[in-house]
Write a protein that binds this ligand. Structure first.
Ligand SMILES: *Cc1c(COP(=O)(O)O)cnc(C)c1O
Length: 396
């Protein structure tokens, strides 16, 4: 899902606009900035593209999750339900606020199992955080019904699914809040950056203040602004925002190429006995940044993954044993290894992750392989890749 594949003249031009004035900050310095407001411009364009009322840019996807949770009033002791298969940022953002991550099983969508979510709800639950992993979405209709019934916030982590669609809405815009990452390996990149989107005016205003030390952003004298509540610094710089602005223009082209390459690869693998594909909930369309497939058993999948790597098929992932994305690898979380003391709420309320049964997630993840879809591949390269993958998977 790599915007980094197409860094070019457009990005350089946007960055140069900022370098020429030297105003690297998104707020203030009105007289010096020659009317360049890259972060503001990106926010307006991104909100429009995502079909929402508000966008708040921040310094990373992890910051976006933290700011989104804080904006919805989530704090110490509040429980946030998240999946076992995700990026470490999910629990990092929750723990940063003193809130409690509650991990639940995924299903064959590779995202939150709605039944597991409902079973994990307690009187302390405040938020459900589906993570649209590897280009496709959770069953948002089912999750929204659960959230409505129990009066919970639905926060979509769409960091890996920018451009995907569910029931006609861009992913990230369906829940109360949606989060994106523009780190270097995401669909579009700012170098480092992230965004929170929402149609909720109060959450938007909270996010605006919270990510900039609680500044109210009223008037144009930054030194005289008041602070209605405590905040932090999760600001994006103008340089990063400038890169993102150029990349956003390329998003639709990236999605189109991803879909073409994905389709060629999928058509080749579909003919193989024993290969099945990740379920996309009805009404959803992936962003095609990964092709995710299942093999019949864990043993076969391990063998196949090894054989694919040995045959030079790069960018194929077996997440089950990868220490970034699945609970198996998160020893630091399971043992709550932290530099300082962990708050008593987290200690008391967190599951004992060493003892919790995640066999349902294991049964899915143990059989999952994901191939990244690159946009720089030529048709010939995609066909070659498909042929090698087909040969190896058929023989196993
Ligand atoms: C990349 C990613 C994040 C965090 O983004 P950063 O910008 O790297 O902090 C969060 N969630 C998911 C699912 C991601 O893939």
């Amino acid at each position: 899902m790599p915007g980094f594949e197409i860094f070019g003249a457009e990005e350089r031009k946007q960055v140069n606009d900022v370098l020429e004035t030297g105003v690297l900050m998104r707020y203030g310095f009105d007289g010096m900035r020659n009317n360049h407001w890259k972060a503001k411009e990106f926010e307006i364009a991104f909100a429009k593209r995502m079909d929402v009322a508000h966008c708040q840019l921040v310094s990373s996807g992890t910051a976006a999750l933290t700011v989104a949770l804080a904006s919805a009033g989530i704090g110490a002791g509040d429980e946030v339900i998240m999946p076992t298969f995700t990026f470490v940022a999910s629990f990092e953002s929750i723990l940063a606020l003193g809130a409690v991550p509650i991990l639940v099983d995924i299903d064959d969508t590779l995202t939150l199992d709605p039944k597991a979510v409902e079973a994990a709800i307690t009187s302390k639950t405040k938020c459900v955080m589906p993570v649209h992993m590897c280009g496709s979405m959770a069953d948002l209709r089912a999750l929204k019904a659960i959230c409505d019934k129990h009066n919970l916030i639905l926060l979509e982590d769409a960091c890996q699914a920018l451009g995907g669609i569910y029931e006609g809405k861009p992913l990230g815009s369906y829940g109360d809040l949606g989060c994106f990452s523009f780190d270097y390996v995401k669909t579009i990149t700012c170098g480092e950056g992230g965004a929170v989107i929402t149609n909720n005016e109060k959450f938007a205003l909270n996010a605006d203040h919270y990510q900039d030390h609680g500044h109210d952003h009223v008037g144009n004298d930054r030194g005289a602004e008041t602070h209605p509540f405590l905040g932090y610094n999760f600001r994006i710089s103008e340089l990063n925002a400038a890169v993102g602005l150029a990349q956003l223009d390329k998003l639709d082209g990236i999605l189109k190429t991803q879909k073409e390459n994905y389709t060629m690869l999928r058509e080749a693998l579909e003919t193989i006995d024993g290969v099945t594909f990740r379920r996309v909930p009805e009404g959803g369309e992936e962003n095609h940044s990964f092709l995710n497939f299942f093999l019949p058993t864990e043993e076969i999948t391990k063998k196949a993954h090894k054989a694919l790597l040995e045959a030079g098929v790069d960018a194929c992932f077996y997440w089950y044993t990868n220490n970034w994305h699945y609970i198996n690898g998160w020893e630091h979380l399971r043992k709550l290894k932290s530099l300082g003391n962990i708050s008593s709420e987290v200690k008391n309320q967190m599951q004992d992750l060493n003892k919790t049964d995640f066999s349902k997630s294991d049964a899915v993840m143990g059989r999952t392989i994901s191939s990244l879809i690159k946009i720089g591949w030529t048709e010939k390269q995609v066909n070659e890749r498909a042929a090698i993958m087909k040969r190896i998977l058929s023989s196993i």
